[in-house]
Design a protein. Structure first.
Length: 157
């Protein structure tokens, strides 16, 4: 499915959350959950204190499983500034969330980090569908590539 103007509006909010995380000294990632047209949950990365599981996509999965029925989770859309890592992809699959739309791909981030001489992450950057084969995934959003690149570059300045 192509990324729509509504999708882009949600992805811009994710980028805003990523920028908020960066200003707070964290990695620039932000995500939100939309159900029936309403944003029902949003969060940003919170790993700066040493808990590498505090990704917003993982927080969405935990929040959704406690508040939405399986059917509602399947109807919901996760928007995120960056493609899920394998941990977050697995959480998404295990709780049965619906479509995922991301601004920047893991492959883009890997390329940017290599360009800047940054060591790779300790976890392989697998595409979401390598972890959750039936996931409905759309991204990256080329309209936001420059903004996402600059946010990530800001982390290493």
């Amino acid at each position: 499915m192509p990324i729509t103007d509504v999708d882009l509006a949600h992805l811009r909010r994710c980028a805003d959350l990523a920028e908020e995380a960066l200003r707070d000294g964290d990695e620039p990632f932000g995500s939100l959950l939309v159900h029936r047209g309403d944003v029902v949950f949003e969060d940003r990365n919170r790993v700066k204190d040493g808990d590498a599981t505090q990704h917003p996509e993982f927080a969405i999965a935990r929040w959704a499983v406690g508040r939405l029925s399986p059917r509602e989770r399947a109807e919901a859309t996760v928007y995120t500034s960056g493609e899920h890592c394998p941990m977050c992809s697995a959480a998404h699959g295990w709780v049965g969330l619906g479509r995922i739309v991301y601004a920047a791909s893991s492959a883009q981030l890997v390329d940017w980090l290599a360009e800047w001489g940054v060591d790779p992450a300790p976890v392989a950057p697998l595409p979401i569908t390598d972890v959750v084969p039936d996931a409905v995934v759309d991204g990256p959003a080329e309209e936001l590539a420059d903004r996402m690149r600059e946010l990530h570059r800001g982390r290493f300045r």
